[in-house]
Design a protein around this ligand. Structure first.
Ligand code: AMP
Ligand code: MG
Length: 355
């Protein structure tokens, strides 16, 4: 398949390009596009053949459901069984925006889109290009992150092209995304609201709006053998090609531990890397040291994390260490993604040096 690659500026949207992209989606084709979280791989959410094509293009296991994107609240009722009060409250505050809500699905949504589940995940993105595309496509666009399954979600079009060129009809390049981590997912289909995936909209923000929010236990306990409630969370994600461990402790202990490990790997002829911060980057002796940003700006850390994981792959780094982050606020989402990338390999160095 020949993939058409176009550039669209969110602040000066080319209506003809969006019209063409919308037609592709209406006819069952695939279009990758920017959102404020990460790039999405879009297909018509109400067409099971389109959803099947998404799984195929991503190489994604078909039990991992897709998020349906809408551009207006009026479109919600048709795809869900009921809209609970919490949904109105959350939509009022955080839609359009980086929040996905899970509802009981209506008959309009095919099981091919929900991975066989009776529930459907819905988000209204804030990105203007995404909104225009959803409208041009008829209102319902299923869109998982636009990466090949297992790779970090793309935050710039270059990585969408790397993963999906030749596999989709069109890729819309809208530059670097704003948030850089996938949406927060909250399940409203059960007794109580439950957080299934942390993101830019934090647990604290959700509680402020709807009161008590349960948290999927598998998010808290990294060693849990239980299956996560969001099926996609069980898969190894974002895995870099080299090995990655997250090191936690005081900055001084972390730096000296990592440098000692780097020396060992170096002496074995391995290429080494460190995911550092602006505050610490100068202290490391690795072959490749990259800062994800300043600890004073966690939003910047969120925005850069996936790009940096890909850059380590591009530079063929074999052994990597990352600093760890406080897991409050957006830090919860940052640590969730980092720990997945590391396959939950965490080394604590503050008390003793055991692994
Ligand atoms: P992505 O599109 O790559 O951001 O992944 C979508 C995430 O949403 C995956 O982790 C899915 O498992 C999760 N998800 C989508 N629909 C549902 C649903 N109905 N119930 C639970 N999780 C869902
Ligand atoms: Mg994904």
């Amino acid at each position: 398949m020949k993939t058409k690659i176009v550039i669209v500026d969110e602040n000066k949207i080319d209506a003809a390009v969006i019209e063409e992209a919308g037609q592709i989606l209406k006819q069952g084709g695939l279009v990758a596009f920017p959102t404020e979280t990460v790039y999405g791989l879009g297909g018509n959410a109400l067409n099971e053949t389109s959803s099947a094509k998404i799984y195929e293009a991503k190489g994604r296991p078909s039990d991992n459901p897709l998020i349906v994107h809408i551009a207006h609240m009026d479109f919600l009722a048709a795809i869900v069984e009921e809209i609970p009060d919490e949904a109105y409250k959350l939509a009022e505050k955080y839609w359009p925006g980086p929040l996905t809500m899970i509802f009981k699905k209506s008959g309009l949504v095919p099981y091919a889109t929900t991975g066989g589940l009776e529930t459907v995940a819905v988000r209204m993105p804030a990105h203007k290009t995404a909104q225009a595309l959803i409208k041009a496509a008829g209102g319902y666009v299923a869109a998982p992150s636009a990466n090949r399954s297992g790779r970090p979600s793309p935050t710039i079009a270059k990585y969408v092209i790397e993963d999906l060129d030749g596999r989709v009809d069109m890729i819309i390049d809208g530059g670097e995304v704003n948030i850089g981590l996938e949406s927060t997912i909250i399940d409203l289909s059960g007794e109580n609201p439950m957080l299934l995936r942390p993101g830019y909209i934090t647990e604290e923000m959700l509680r402020e709006t709807v009161g008590d929010v349960e948290v999927d236990r598998t998010l808290l306990d990294s060693g849990s053998k239980e299956a996560p409630k969001a099926p996609g969370m069980k898969y190894r994600h974002y895995a870099p090609k080299g090995s990655l461990a997250v090191v936690e402790g005081t900055q001084q202990d972390v730096v000296s531990y990592i440098n000692q490990k780097i020396e060992e790997s170096r002496s074995q002829g391995l290429k080494t890397g460190v995911i550092a911060t602006d505050e610490s980057a100068d202290s490391y002796l690795a072959d490749v040291v990259k800062s994800v940003g300043s600890r004073k700006d966690e939003n910047a850390i969120a925005r850069h994390l996936f790009r940096i994981l890909r850059e380590f792959d591009e530079e063929s780094v074999q052994v990597m260490y990352a600093e760890s982050f406080a897991s409050q606020g957006i830090g919860q989402a940052i640590m969730n993604r980092l720990l997945k990338a590391a396959g939950h390999h965490v080394i604590s160095v503050t008390d003793d040096n055991n692994e």
